[in-house]
Write a protein that binds this ligand. Structure first.
Ligand code: BES
Ligand code: ZN
Length: 459
């Protein structure tokens, strides 16, 4: 493997050029006007996997296509299912970007573009690493299936039926995903926990049209005020969620888990500095990392109501809308929480307004078994690729497919993320560190060796 890794190191400029090409395709899955671009990004990754030597195909779904690539020539060896996504978040607000979001630009050791870290850069590292071994050697020590989808950022609505329909073909010993972050620069990590998600859109309608706020104010309930009151009542001043039953299934952190989290080199002052915040906020009795990783949360994601254009318009709006979401932890269940929240909203909505609640999507929380031997293989590969052992962390984000892999295919997932916490995922000026890109490529190659070693410890 040494020679192949050496070769991968020499190809650094080519890896970056390929990534830039992929990043130029604006594959925003939420945006129906970008449907063709999303497909192009899928075709791009299919071609890249074919080039590496995988048997590839692109499959239609009710939404954006799924790319499947296989090399199953290692008879009797384990199989790894590698998942990633080729869709990206909307780039807005555009005026905050230093360059066009789809015009990848190198600044020092970073490549700036939408999708750089989430997830094109991280997926391509796996493809260049594993595919690089296949191209160089003509074979792999283990069997590999790639599953790359275009709907992760919208909750993977069509992926579960796809996995169910192809369960046999996708069967594997373990899944591998690079769609998370290291703990800090120089501190690589394996992620063992992800949060679940319930995402809601609520709308309140009051009078049948916008009204003069002087002529009607005081006599007619204002949906904007009502919605603000309702949303504010969902949490107390310390961030504890006030929806009945919300904490019923929350698994408490054990003392050992708390100690492991507390031992991480978290730079809280640096965290504040980066966000230009004087103070943090959160549930009493928990540290910042515990709040981020192991406590459920509720946050407004967007609100729309009344006059937001230039100048003042004295209007009493007819409607108000908000999008808000709850991040869940084990053992909360997205469907139970969705029901509890919806029932609660109906209870607290005054008769002066009509309420509609729409659930966009959900995901289940994940906690990976610490005893999985594949974590040991990943740990060794990271040590070789990054030059230092990874720490074990959780993340506050969600990857819907992870619980589906467990439920449908019965497999655990190694979450070997190579981004950085300040990569600006979902924000303007998203970036990926190019040295980490190269280290991730080499780690992926090493991982193949380490996985076969888990099977045959004598090798
Ligand atoms: N890469 C993220 C998941 C992630 C975010 C992991 C932060 C670790 C830290 C992923 O692409 C993502 O953003 N997922 C969505 C899922 C949702 C739309 C169902 C998320 O977490 O908001
Ligand atoms: Zn992602």
């Amino acid at each position: 493997m040494n020679e192949v890794v050496q070769k991968l190191a020499e190809q650094k400029a080519e890896h970056v050029a390929r990534l830039e090409e992929w990043l130029r395709i604006p594959s925003v899955s939420t945006d129906s006007a970008r449907k063709e671009d999303v497909r192009k990004a899928g075709e791009w990754v299919r071609d890249e996997l074919s080039w590496a030597g995988f048997e590839t195909r692109i499959e239609e779904t009710a939404g954006h296509p799924v790319v499947v690539a296989k090399w199953h020539g290692a008879r009797g060896a384990p199989t790894v299912l590698v998942y990633g996504h080729y869709d990206v978040q909307p780039p807005e607000p555009l005026d905050l970007w230093r360059h066009g979001p789809f015009e990848p630009t190198v600044e020092g050791d970073n490549l700036i573009a939408r999708g750089a870290t989430d997830d094109k850069g991280q997926v391509l590292a796996l493809i260049r690493g594993i595919g690089g071994v296949l191209r160089e050697k003509g074979s792999l020590p283990i069997n590999v299936t790639f599953l790359v989808e275009g709907e992760e950022e919208i909750g993977s609505p069509n992926l579960t039926p796809f996995i169910e329909a192809h369960a046999e073909e996708l069967s594997a010993d373990v899944a591998l995903i690079s769609d998370t972050s290291q703990f800090a620069p120089g501190v690589p990590a394996l992620t063992i926990g992800l949060k679940g998600l319930v995402y809601l859109q609520v709308e309140l309608v009051g009078p049948n049209r916008d009204l003069h706020s002087g002529s009607f104010g005081g006599a007619v309930a204002n949906p904007g005020n009502v919605l603000a009151t309702m949303l504010a009542s969902l949490k107390d001043s310390e961030g504890r969620v006030l929806i009945p039953g919300f904490y019923d299934d929350v698994r408490d952190l054990s003392e050992a888990e708390r100690a492991e989290i507390a031992a991480l080199p978290f730079d809280e002052a640096g965290f504040c500095r980066d966000l230009e915040l004087e103070h943090l906020h959160g549930e009493k009795g928990y540290s910042t990392l515990e709040r981020k990783w192991a406590r459920p949360t509720l946050d407004v994601n967007g609100m729309l109501c009344g006059w937001t254009g230039e100048g003042a318009k004295t209007v009493l709006p007819s409607k108000a809308m908000a999008k808000f979401s709850m991040r869940l932890v084990p053992d909360q269940d997205s469907e139970t929480i969705r029901r509890q929240v919806t029932d609660h909203l109906r209870r607290i909505c005054p008769p002066t307004c009509k309420l509609t609640v729409h659930c966009d999507h959900g995901a289940e929380p994940v906690l990976v078994e610490r005893t999985s031997p594949w974590l040991v293989a990943a740990e060794r590969a990271v040590e070789k690729g990054f030059g230092t052992k990874p720490v074990y962390i959780r993340e506050g984000g969600s990857i819907p497919v992870v619980s589906e892999f467990k439920k449908i295919l019965g497999i655990d997932t190694i979450l070997l993320g190579t981004g950085l916490p300040d990569d600006n995922a979902h924000s303007p000026n998203e970036k990926f560190c190019l040295s980490d890109f190269q280290r991730a490529i080499e780690t992926a190659a090493w991982l193949l060796d380490e996985m076969i070693r888990m099977e045959n410890p004598d090798r």
